[in-house]
Design a binder for this molecule. Structure first.
Ligand code: CP
Length: 304
């Protein structure tokens, strides 16, 4: 039985197969419409979500399966003090696979250790968000035609943004990637990541102003300042509008640069950018369904 805790749980070759499958599902959805008939996905979300939970539910439904679950801890027995370990033991008797989001780092890993069914980490605190990373990689591979040979700018909350941490870890396995980290001083990417990049000899640059590096980028990955991870409201208010990508800044970018964002967006991308063909964040959210369909089939060993 296989779980997904980190994007590194799959080798680059396995990821290629997963993305080929996701692209085939996109092109031939009918072929997969009954591959999960009789199977059940449990979505256990202890933290709010729109895309991750609903794209998992959409994915399982499009494969012919069914979904059970809860959308917040307050409506589950966690509110009565039940542990994640006990919950997953019980759910193992109700479902065939489980997607779990939890505010505590490592909680899905604790669940996986006690689980009788595959567990997918759907985001754990500020740690990892592997299915978002699979979505990001599929989007880049599908729209750029490659995973490698580019300069990627990651902008915004690089300290708390789990999507950023997962994506950096996944991208360092591809050739000729250069990172540009764009953040205020207080939200810099953690030292353990920059230390790891130095150790591996992977080039990176840390800057504060987006305008200064815009013209270098092949990809710009915008992120939201994570209100829920701040200890103090004052710091959040001071930093929340530090970056606003607008049409003026897009004029500085390459003609084929892509703008990605895991969403939800707050103010960091002006809505006027949505109509720019380089803005692919809504397409990216749709790729999230195809990649989760491919992931469910892979973990349940149901690939036709
Ligand atoms: N990208 C993402 O994880 O969105 P949700 O929080 O809405 O699931």
């Amino acid at each position: 039985m296989r779980h997904l805790m980190s994007p590194l749980d799959f080798t680059p070759e396995e990821l290629d197969r997963l993305f080929d499958l996701a692209n085939d599902i996109e092109s031939h959805p009918g072929k997969y419409a009954h591959t999960c008939d009789g199977r059940i996905l449990a979505t256990c979300f202890y933290e709010p979500s729109t895309r991750t939970r609903l794209s998992f539910e959409s994915a399982m439904t499009r494969l012919g399966g069914r979904v059970i679950g809860f959308a917040d801890a307050a409506s589950s027995s966690a509110s009565k003090g039940e542990s994640v370990s006990d919950t997953i033991r019980v759910i193992s008797g109700y479902a065939d696979i489980c997607a779990m989001r939890h505010p505590k780092e490592g909680a899905p890993m604790v669940a996986a250790e006690k689980s009788g069914i595959p567990v997918i980490n759907a985001g754990d605190g500020g740690h990892q968000h592997p299915t978002q990373t699979l979505t990001d990689l599929l989007t880049i591979r599908s729209l750029k035609g490659r995973l490698g040979d580019f300069t990627i700018g990651l902008c915004g909350d690089l300290k708390f943004g789990r999507t950023v941490h997962s994506l950096i870890n996944a991208l360092i396995r591809y050739d000729n990637i250069r990172f540009v980290f764009i953040s205020p001083e207080e939200l810099r990417v953690p030292d353990y990541i920059t230390d790891m990049l130095k150790e591996k000899g992977i080039p990176f640059q840390e800057v504060i102003r987006l305008e200064n590096v815009m013209s270098q980028l092949d990809l710009l990955y915008m992120t939201r300042v994570q209100k829920e991870r701040f200890f103090n409201e004052e710091d959040y208010v001071r930093l929340k509008d530090f970056y606003i990508l607008n049409a003026g800044k897009m004029l500085l970018a390459k003609k084929d640069m892509l703008v990605l964002h895991p969403l939800p967006r707050v103010n960091e991308i002006s809505v006027e950018v949505d109509s720019d063909p380089r803005a692919v964040y809504f397409k990216q959210a749709k790729y999230g369904v195809y990649v989760r369909m491919a992931l469910i089939l892979t973990l349940l060993e149901l690939i036709p």
